[in-house]
Design a protein around this ligand. Structure first.
Ligand code: LHQ
Length: 259
């Protein structure tokens, strides 16, 4: 894979978008490689947490605009989205393990959408989020219209689309768009420490929780309660649950295996 770097270490799969010369703008190939990498990490039981980040000073500047400029009148952005970004967003959101978006710099356009699809965002103080779409006469895509109002409310989400202004990491923290912010020199350590914590946790329960919460957005209370009980039956029969209860009663730290 030429546009991303994939590394598995200490149960953490790290996927680094690697076109720093364009702040990791997405070409078709990079979208495909990133999606394949997320699916690979999602399937690999040895990967218990996924980190998605960018090389250089950007997370991702979204669609590579140079790459699509000469595609002619027959180019359908809708089909481009369906065959590309939609698969990536769904791969991230259906991976039954925590996906950390390590937002090292600019997250613009579809790059913002990909960041929002992650479960837990850690931003460097120099990072910013930007719905650049309207600057080029487009509407937000890559799941932004679904994800962002749920995260920060319609008023702020629509404001971001209207102004296309940079939203700093600190503002994003206050708005509930990111979970943690770190000064640039402490960012990598915080990402590593958080990923290690998640990778040693009750991975099966983490995955089922993600499924229950995301499914809950489209369910009635009745359906959500039923689904929750169904999944809790699965979690309740897991080795991690037995270990967690035993560890509590024996007053020791639990040793979770993710099963
Ligand atoms: C880029 C890009 C870029 C190419 C920086 N492409 N080269 C989906 C489907 C189909 C159609 C269209 O859209 C979509 C969804 C979308 O993602 S639409 C939104 C696309 N993204 C944008 O409009 C953002 C464009 N980039 C920017 O506004 C700025 O680069 C930001 C604000 C992200 C960062 O600004 P600066 O820190 O000042 O960096 P820069 O602008 O100087 O960029 C550095 C280099 O990266 C530069 O190249 P150069 O050769 O001059 O050093 C840029 O041309 C290149 N670059 N984004 N999306």
């Amino acid at each position: 894979m030429s546009n991303i770097i994939y590394a598995l270490e200490n149960s953490v799969a790290t996927i680094t978008l690697n076109r720093p010369q364009s702040l990791n703008a997405f070409t078709d190939e990079m979208i495909r490689e990133t999606t394949e990498a997320v699916n690979r990490a999602a399937r690999d039981p040895a990967a218990r947490c996924i980190v998605l980040t960018g090389a250089g000073r950007g997370f991702s500047s979204g669609q590579d605009l140079a790459d699509i400029k000469d595609r002619g009148d027959d180019f359908s952005i809708g089909n481009h989205l369906r065959g590309g970004y939609h698969r990536l967003v769904k791969a991230i959101m259906s991976a039954e393990k925590p996906v950390i978006g390590a937002i090292n710099g600019a997250a613009a356009g579809a790059g913002c959408g990909v960041a929002l699809a992650c479960d837990f965002r850690i931003a460097s103080e120099k990072a910013f989020f930007m719905l650049a779409f309207t600057k080029i006469g487009l509407i937000p895509d890559s799941g932004v219209n679904w994800l962002l109002p749920r995260l920060i409310g319609y008023a702020r989400a629509y404001q971001m689309a209207l102004t296309a202004e940079r939203v700093s990491a600190q503002t994003a923290l206050g708005w509930g768009m990111v979970n943690l912010v770190a000064p640039e020199d402490q960012f990598a350590a915080l990402v590593q420490q958080t990923a290690a914590q998640f990778a040693q946790g009750a991975s099966l329960a983490y995955g089922l929780t993600k499924r229950a919460m995301l499914r809950g957005f489209d369910q009635s209370l009745e359906q959500a309660l039923d689904y929750e009980a169904e999944l809790q039956d699965v979690a309740g029969r897991s080795a991690d649950s037995r270990e967690g209860i035993a560890a509590f009663l024996e007053k020791r730290a639990a040793r979770f295996t993710g099963r």
